[in-house]
Design a protein around this ligand. Sequence first.
Ligand SMILES: [Zn+2]
Length: 377
Amino acid sequence: MNKNYKYYILIFALSALCFFFIFKGVSLITNNSIEKQLKALNYNKQTIELIIDYDLTNYLIENDIYSKTLEVALLEGNYIADNLTDYIYFEYKNYDKYIEHLNGLKAIGYRNDEINHIFEHLNQNEIDQIIDQTGIIPNLTNYITDQYFDINNLERYILYKNDNTNYSYEKVINYVNMNLDYNFYEKIEKTKNPDSNIVIVNKYYYLDKDFIPKNLQSFGTKYAINNDIKATKPVIDAFIAIANDAKSINLTIKVVSGYRSYDSQEAVYKRYVDRDGEEKANTYSAKPGHSEHQTGLALDIYNTVLSFSNFEKTVEYAWVKNNAHRYGFIVRYPLNKEDITGYKYEPWHIRYVGEEIATYIYENNITFDEYYAKFLK
Ligand SMILES: [Zn+2]
């Protein structure tokens, strides 16, 4: 009995050992075959271990899936199970924070089509800023797909769109980039490169009190109503060219006002405010420092018969309007652009910006304010 007992124990132990080796063998064979299949899909050894650990084997093999994005997520330790199908959907982009960005955007709740636009239109820093926002930005795609989108203005776009729901996204971006979400004179800054032909001076950008343009010269009485009228040299040259060409077809244009100092603008503006009140004066006269006339690049012109304020009625204006750009001038405060320029229509006020920019502005029927926000800011 005692002997038999030992015998059974031995049989049992041997059997257990056998089963263990059979099982181990089968499992080794299975694992070997899994590794082979994953390897065939193009996963490397390290990734295969992680795939097995995360129990993704069957899914990947059955659906015949290789995903570089998934592979990197696993290897980086940034794999999130909920995002499995997203890793497979999104083609890998080769930069360090890609998986972090993908996980971050998913966590906020952006849809995959939105995430596609984000990756297509925003750089890495901009994506960081989108992820740093508290929560999802409704209609984000409509903002970021606009070519003039500026991430620094994002919050202002959203607020401005909320206040102006009938405006298109394009208009919202265009207007905010011009600072039109602020009232005129509400948020002002000193303009850059005041001596350049492309300087902007308007109700948001000003010139220093003591700024005087270089190269100021007199027009002389052949081209201006008196000898005191000045502008910068390129403006005088361009005006002489346009005035001579006008003359050759029996049209006369002459300058009534050119460069104006800060102090003289201050006097002019004060006179208008005293007469009409500030609100009305602001529609046609600039606060000192905000006048284009201080740049030496702006001219008020007339035809020597009617006063400049009637210039619109003259044949000279009809010609100037369609030809000034060829000499580098634009009509600076056009009709129906009052909400952008902050000034009522001023057919007599022309501004020198150079031929190329003047031609673009003329052909596209935009203002210099828009041109500046789009191309020069
Ligand atoms: Zn003027």
